[in-house]
Design a protein around this ligand. Structure first.
Ligand SMILES: [Zn+2]
Ligand SMILES: [Zn+2]
Length: 384
């Protein structure tokens, strides 16, 4: 069991547990998000520590900090996660924005530290026309400065994968790898930088950028690339979101689990990955109710239903239906180019309750980003 033994929702007869949670609102107090998570039988939670529209939030009151910490302990919430403000752009060409971003991120690290939150997810930023190499260097410099300024904090910065929209960095894993490498190189040898910098993977963003998680080999190739470039142990948080838009679209539009282009199969694989048994798996899916039931609850039930499921939900692709004579055909390296899959293979063999886009453009090649170029990502421009 992942959870401690004296928790209100613990049931020893349950199937294997994972750290399932969702991004929840702190309206009414930070502890409210924890209470809402517990009400939904979640084992972890993600919050903003302040309004996302502000660079610097008003200071946390000791009573708020105490209430949050007490709620986390009472409800057995593990590894709560924070998400940083979207205003932050460490890659900005504007030195003022960059300085404000560094201040704001450092401030968020301190808030997390006060609240006892050890993972702060943030988006790498956008180069806004200055190119990927320059942008990535700026981000790495900014990350390093934030880590330097918050040396006393027990908070990790988790770079999130992005859909690569516009000039946003973080679409290819090679971007994150470049930032990690540049920061790791400045670790004084005691892990004070290296151990405080990790990665958050978002299934919707990965897919929208062009990693085809639906295809079994695409999924395998992603895991291989993650292991090679980042290290699976350095993936500290997963955002589990289905994607309303097609692979390679570079459009970040989240959908409920099993209700978008990803379907259930990538989630079945992910929730059963031994490497992520104790990794927070966070929903950032559209909120609301359906037939009076909370959508987060519905998605969590779906995800829990996939635990221990060993049978693929997708029919096997032709490449793997050779009667088992070649049990380990060589998976493709890198991700699929957008539009490379016919709809029948790209979509789950499931009845979805709605079609997020009645006019899929699977045959349009959106991305011309080549996996070969990833190793020299610092010289590669985003294709828009
Ligand atoms: Zn996310
Ligand atoms: Zn997103």
């Amino acid at each position: 069991m992942i959870r401690s033994t004296d928790l209100p929702h613990t049931n020893v007869s349950q199937p294997p547990q994972r750290l399932f949670g969702a991004h929840l609102s702190i309206a009414g107090g930070h502890e409210r998000a924890v209470e809402a998570a517990a009400d939904r039988n979640m084992t972890t939670v993600q919050i903003f520590t302040k309004s996302t529209q502000q660079w610097v939030g008003k200071p946390l009151r000791p009573s708020s900090i105490a209430a949050f910490r007490r709620a986390v302990a009472t409800h057995g919430i593990e590894r709560p996660v924070a998400h940083a403000s979207y205003l932050i752009n460490l890659g900005s060409p504007d030195p003022d924005i960059r300085a404000r971003s560094i201040d704001a991120l450092a401030c968020e690290v301190e808030r997390c530290d006060a609240l006892g939150i050890e993972d702060l997810v943030f988006h790498p930023g956008a180069h806004l026309g200055d190119g990927e190499r320059v942008g990535l260097e700026r981000v790495a410099q900014g990350v390093w400065e934030v880590l330097q300024r918050t040396q006393d904090c027990r908070v990790r910065l988790d770079l999130e994968t992005t859909a690569g929209q516009g000039t946003c960095l973080g679409g290819p894993l090679a971007h994150l790898e470049a930032i990690l490498q540049q920061c790791d190189a400045r670790d004084p040898g005691d892990g004070s930088i290296r151990d405080r910098l990790a990665v958050c993977c978002d299934t919707c963003h990965l897919y929208a950028f062009g990693y085809d998680l639906v295809d079994p080999w695409g999924y395998h190739a992603l895991m291989e690339e993650l292991a090679t470039r980042i290290g699976l142990e350095r993936v500290r948080v997963w955002h589990l979101n289905d994607s309303a838009r097609e692979c390679g679209s570079r459009v970040d539009r989240h959908a409920g689990i099993g209700r978008g282009r990803l379907g259930l199969e990538p989630f079945r694989r992910l929730v059963n990955e031994p490497a992520f048994l104790a990794t927070p798996l966070i929903l950032e899916t559209p909120k609301g109710t359906e037939a009076g039931e909370d959508l987060d609850l519905i998605h969590l039930r779906t995800l829990r239903g996939l635990l221990g499921m060993t049978t693929p939900i997708l029919p096997p692709t032709p490449a793997s239906t050779d009667g088992g004579s070649s049990p380990s055909p060589k998976p493709k390296r890198g991700y699929r180019r957008a539009g490379s899959l016919p709809p029948s293979q790209s979509r789950p063999n499931l009845k979805l309750d709605f079609d997020p886009d009645p006019d899929p453009k699977f045959n349009v090649t959106v991305s011309s980003f080549e996996p070969r170029a990833l190793s020299e990502a610092t010289d590669v421009e985003c294709h828009q």
